[in-house]
Design a protein around this ligand. Structure first.
Ligand SMILES: [Zn+2]
Length: 209
């Protein structure tokens, strides 16, 4: 009997080990599937965005774009290529408005990047026809629900005017930049006044801070 037990023990152990292994493998399979479904979806979304951006590249860039703020164009003091510090030029235009003023996309296109950086603070980049990139910086906050890959129009709010990044301590403003494949261009000649909104003004309450 004893001998038989001694003989059976390893077999039982093996069986137990095997069932544990099966559970582990099953768990791993489920986990791998979950991860790959999310991953594949994310990759697919990126691919769709790349295809759309490629299509935009084939189009001519617009000659006119809409003011991203409900502010008359003539209020912009031209600061294109104004010296900033020792070895930097201002590669855009600053549009001053109260903190929390909604900032709309100046064009149609796709949100290419939503991100924070030292100079720009909270920024959004939109890629439009001709592969041009429109850069919006110093946001107090982002428009709720926006995400990279979103299709936008001049009616889409991207964020709210603020002083994030190197605008801290300055009056709230939007830094607006336009970039082509060869570098920044002056947005001012492209800008046209935003049509007046009928009915209620597109203003949101005061932003935080
Ligand atoms: Zn600026």
């Amino acid at each position: 009997m004893n001998e038989q037990r001694e003989y059976l023990k390893p077999l039982q152990r093996l069986r137990m080990r095997r069932s544990k292994t099966i559970v582990l493998v099953a768990l791993l399979a489920v986990l791998t599937m979950a991860v790959s479904v999310v991953g594949v979806e994310r990759i697919a979304n990126k691919l769709v965005l790349y295809v759309r951006v490629a299509q935009l590249y084939a189009q001519d860039p617009p000659r006119k774009i809409v003011m991203p703020l409900q502010v008359p164009k003539k209020q912009i003091a031209n600061t294109w290529h104004a010296p900033r510090g020792v070895n930097r030029l201002h590669e855009g235009q600053d549009i001053f408005a109260p903190r929390g003023t909604p900032t709309y996309s100046a064009t149609r296109g796709y949100i290419y990047n939503i991100g924070q950086n030292g100079l720009g603070g909270q920024t959004v980049s939109v890629v439009g026809a001709g592969g041009r990139v429109y850069y919006y910086a110093h946001f107090d906050s982002y428009a709720p629900g926006i995400s990279e890959g979103d299709y936008v129009t001049p009616q889409t709010v991207l964020g709210y005017v603020g002083t994030t990044g190197n605008a801290q301590g300055t009056p709230p403003h939007l830094h607006f930049g336009v970039y082509t494949s060869t570098g920044a261009i002056n947005p001012l000649p492209l800008l046209t006044d935003r049509p007046e909104k009928k009915g209620k003004k597109g203003k949101r309450g005061k932003g935080k801070g």
